[in-house]
Ligand binder design. Structure first.
Ligand code: PGA
Ligand code: ZN
Length: 429
């Protein structure tokens, strides 16, 4: 990184549209000398209650989802406040944004306004340094190409709760490069589509591009996924394995988990038992949010039962917050962190949470949201922060493929001798 000082001239903001056709905030940082950095805020659907708030206009227009107030906050409040700040001082800049907002959940200026500006500043700094963002972030460290975690069936609140479990994904621990991991994943995606079609169940795709989950039970989706892996000829478990995001907060109500598909209501112990049973019978290497965000005892029980052989990921449970990560490490409630920069609001806070997770011996996964755009900043963060894993949705739809394709370019640019994370980053392995 460079040590010189380069002042921000101004910040522009505009309303653009995300992959669900919802309005979102794009920020553009202009530096002295005409250098630009741009970024677009993503948006979640199955959000944790501890997340930074997306500021939406409310009312009837565009379903209340418009972001004119968040856009105005960037141009009228943030832009004059950060004018003259050094673009290379990301921490100082982010602290200023946090102080300017002044609320814990960022509802005054909007988490969407904050993250767009914070990411745009980072992109502007890299552009000013004349480097791709991943290289700018790495400094003198060696690059680590992440293991991709790719959705094959999309469920939960990304598919109108057609199945309860949100993400049925594959990872390729046996692949020797990112390009090979994508090759194998593409074969699984193809095989799964053919299987769904042959079974008369192909109904298009869910929010993140995974197949719409026309299944009779949650477990049937797991069976279809395993068969699709077997169809490719790669070995289940060692070459290609299953990763799940249960997103259990979405079907938790008054102390119970309501599995709509099975018409079953179970308690925390019942869900732990069900999931441990799946881990025993299927080649599952990672489970995200197995229990609800406030069910610490359930998270502890699940982690105690399988944490030595499975990655247990906190998404809604940790909401990219350093204090939550430290507490979870003490509690033994999970062993990996999902990093979603817009969950907390700024790049520096996201990086701090990632460092705290690393310190605790956790695995780290950089993640996109279910509402995405062509913005590929998260792909660069995954390489530049040496996170080891990247989760951006399925293997279709350009807002997803843009991120996978960006890593292919980075891997090619690094050439021979590039370190691909592979299965070694799944902490439990
Ligand atoms: P979201 O879901 O972006 O809709 O919150 C993604 C996830 O739960 O990982
Ligand atoms: Zn999740």
């Amino acid at each position: 990184m460079t040590n010189s000082v380069l002042p921000i001239e101004r910040v522009l903001a505009r309303r653009v549209w995300d992959s669900r056709g919802h309005p979102t905030v794009e920020a553009e940082i202009q530096l002295h000398g005409g250098v630009l950095g741009r970024a677009i805020a993503p948006a979640g659907a199955s959000t944790g209650s501890g997340e930074a708030v997306d500021l939406r206009d409310g009312g009837r227009r565009l379903g209340g989802l418009d972001v004119t107030n968040a856009v105005r906050n960037v141009t009228d409040i943030i832009s004059p406040a950060i004018r003259g700040c050094d673009v290379f001082d990301q921490k100082g800049l982010d602290q200023l944004l946090v102080d300017l907002d002044g609320t814990d959940d960022r509802h005054r200026l909007g988490g969407n306004a904050l993250i767009a500006v914070s990411m745009a500043a980072l992109n502007a700094a890299a552009a000013a340094a004349g480097q791709p963002l991943w290289r700018y972030l790495l400094g003198d460290s060696q690059a680590l190409i992440p293991l991709p975690e790719v959705q094959i069936f999309g469920g939960g609140s990304h598919a109108k709760k057609r199945v309860d479990v949100q993400d049925f994904m594959v990872v390729a621990p046996g692949a020797s490069s990112f390009a090979e991991a994508l090759d194998w994943t593409a074969e699984v995606y193809l095989a799964a589509g053919q299987r769904m079609e042959a079974a008369g169940r192909l109904r298009g795709v869910a929010d993140e591009g995974g197949y719409w989950p026309v299944f009779k039970t949650n477990e049937e989706a797991l069976e279809f996924l395993l068969w699709s892996i077997e169809d490719t000829g790669h070995s289940p478990g060692s070459d290609l394995a299953i990763s799940l995001d249960i997103a259990a907060s979405e079907f938790y109500e008054a102390g119970h988990y309501c599995l709509g598909l099975e018409g079953q209501e179970i308690d925390s112990d019942g869900l732990v038992e069900l999931l441990v049973g799946w881990v025993d019978r299927f080649p599952i290497v990672s489970v995200e949010d197995p229990l609800a965000e406030n069910d610490t005892i359930g998270m502890q029980r699940f982690t105690a039962a399988v944490g030595d052989r499975v990655q247990v990921v906190g998404d809604d449970y940790l909401v990219t917050r350093t204090d939550h990560v430290i507490q979870a490490a003490r509690d033994g409630a999970c062993n990996a962190l999902l990093v979603k920069p817009n969950q907390v609001g700024t790049i520096s806070e996201s990086h701090q949470a990632l460092e705290a997770a690393r310190e605790a011996g956790f695995g780290t996964i950089i993640s996109a949201r279910s509402g995405e755009t062509e913005d590929v900043t998260v792909a660069h963060l995954a390489v530049g922060w040496r996170a080891g894993q990247l989760k951006v949705g399925s293997f279709s739809r350009s807002e997803r493929m843009a991120k996978w394709n960006e890593i292919l370019r980075i891997e090619e640019c690094l050439g021979d001798g590039t370190r691909f994370a592979g299965g070694s980053v799944l902490v439990a392995r």
